[in-house]
Design a protein around this ligand. Sequence first.
Ligand code: NAI
Length: 678
Amino acid sequence: MTSRRKTAWHKTVDGGDIVWLTLDVPKSQTNTLTVAVITELSVVLDALTEAPPKGLVVRSAKENGFLAGADINSFAEQQSVDETYAAIRQVQDIFTRLEALPCPTVALIHGFCLGGGLELALACDYRVADDAMNTRIGLPEVKLGIHPGYGGSVRLIEAVGVFTAMNIMLSGRALSARAAKKVTVVDRIAPNRQLERVVRDVINISPKKQQTPRWQRVLGATLLRPLIAFVIRRQTKKQANPEHYPAPFDLIELWQKQPANRQDYFAAEALSVAKLIQTDTAQNLVRLFLLQDRLKAFGKQSKFKAQHVHVIGAGIMGGDIAAWCALRGLTVTLQDQSAAQIAPAIKRAHTLFKRRFKVAHLVQAAVDRLIPDVAGNGVAKADVVIEAIFENLEAKQALFKTIEPQLRTDAVLATNTSSIPLESLAECLKQPKRLVGLHFFNPVAQMQLVEIVHGKTTLKKWQKQAAAFVRQIGRLPLPVQSSPGFLVNRILMPYLLEAVQMEQEGIPILAIDKAATDFGMPMGPIELADAVGLDICLSVATILAPSFDLTVPSNLDKKVSKKQLGRKSGRGFYRYDKHNKRIITSLPTDYADSGTIQQRLILRLINECVACLDEGIVDDAELLDAGMVFGTGFAPFRGGPMHYLQQQGVETLTQQLERLCSDIGSQFKPNSGWEDLS
Ligand code: NAI
């Protein structure tokens, strides 16, 4: 719903002299704190300060929420520290004037209330939130490489105490209405239909504010601060490397060294954010945020909306895809060769629903949406049919032949194949242009990316509908061309094989993994291979090897022959205890990394990225970066592999590849795509 009005804020006064100030940013589906919104708010506050009403309610007219935060596009604009500081101070000043109004003020929250949105709500005396599933309240700034800057860090700590506030700000997670009420970020929650009544009550009664527990207030005492900051810093270091992600640590330092005067504290907060915005980390994270929007836009090219999904193959992937779709509210029929083969998937789904929903009736509703269907009755009714049976061309083709005549004419027909070219699969179909790949990653509930695979002839219509479906289930669609390994697995494979090769050469696995995590990868390649399963790695490597001239190190084959398959078998390159936890070992004390491990890993990966781009597997370097970050967790603060390449320079990296090629082996030969780049 977008408004035709030109102004963002609309003021109405009711019979009880309460001013209802409604935010409805023109020409936008979502409210953000644009310059116009801020400037207009300032003018509105001038009038309210002159003639205060009985009470003020700040709310939103948008369906999707209250306020999603600052205008992120503005972060990407190059400004000096001084300019950014001045702009932040201006917003702080306006929020302080809101806070200082002599009448009770209430933020009425529904849907998104994030970042600057929550900071504005925190400047009100009270916060009342819609007790609905889609209410999301939080300060996610650390995810963009900064921390709250509009007075939010100061006010949240005052409101809920340092431990709770730091937990919210350092994790960047969004809270449900109930969770926010529990930790007193909001004062009242109510069902939507009662919100206005509750707001009026709050204004009329002006209830005493909930107090932060005494122990939390004591922790803020000057003398204790260094100790508390030390504890929080130590915890935070387990999640983020300060060299890669400075914002969380600057936030802790800001609190620890806070000036005694509150206004000076606001100024210090603003300066800290103004400096952080300039860092490469923040710029790269903002870039990725915008790239995420680019991926989301693929889902908006069609109005397709599925209600019923039919999944064939209830194994690891099919079972988890079905569970995820049911979790997201779709009716799902799940087919396999027998009920016994479906049962484990239903059990896993139940665990997922319990973990996500917590509330019994929501768990039950999701369970009810997931229907075992050995007979395959769902094929003829579904809006989307996803094939996820064994990775075998003949088996898949036989299945397609049986189901094609039963499909609804408007149903999306998709395969989750990870390696078979779409063209070969589609050969058996009467309408081969219909088949599209929906390549989910394992584990489905955690991996954000889904590759939308198109063959040479796949009709655009089906690709767009597939992308819309992926958005509908809250995932990020990335269009890729059908080619062995598609994008993500193809790029990951040389990187994993190089790691295995180094192990074969006698380099300690801990050193290999450390080189990758030092670079910023979420886990090392050896640990990743163990987690994926060495049998799966070997099978994907064997499929990709002939196409890309890959040598598969013999130790991988040996491990698989000895049934050392990785975490799932208790032993792979690492050993695991009976709870599947890695048995901790340490690097030999006399081992020194000569510095080439990281180079070998990263350059193999980047060399493959260049090849994929050259072959047009994805449309451009930005999409490749998005795919690698959201599909593999490639060091987000570096902005993606192609962005890293640009920052390092084509010439520098080509020279490094050529040197490794002569020192180590031909796997480092720069592919022809580098010439175009330079
Ligand atoms: P899986 O072996 O765990 O499950 C396959 C299931 O399909 C089995 O339960 C089997 O009984 C069933 N099945 C076989 N033929 C059938 C038929 N004609 N009708 C109904 N059910 C049938 O396999 P997994 O790992 O789930 O892989 C499935 C597909 O997903 C494969 O194409 C694979 O390449 C792809 N994939 C796998 C990933 C992984 O990490 N395992 C990641 C991404 C894609």
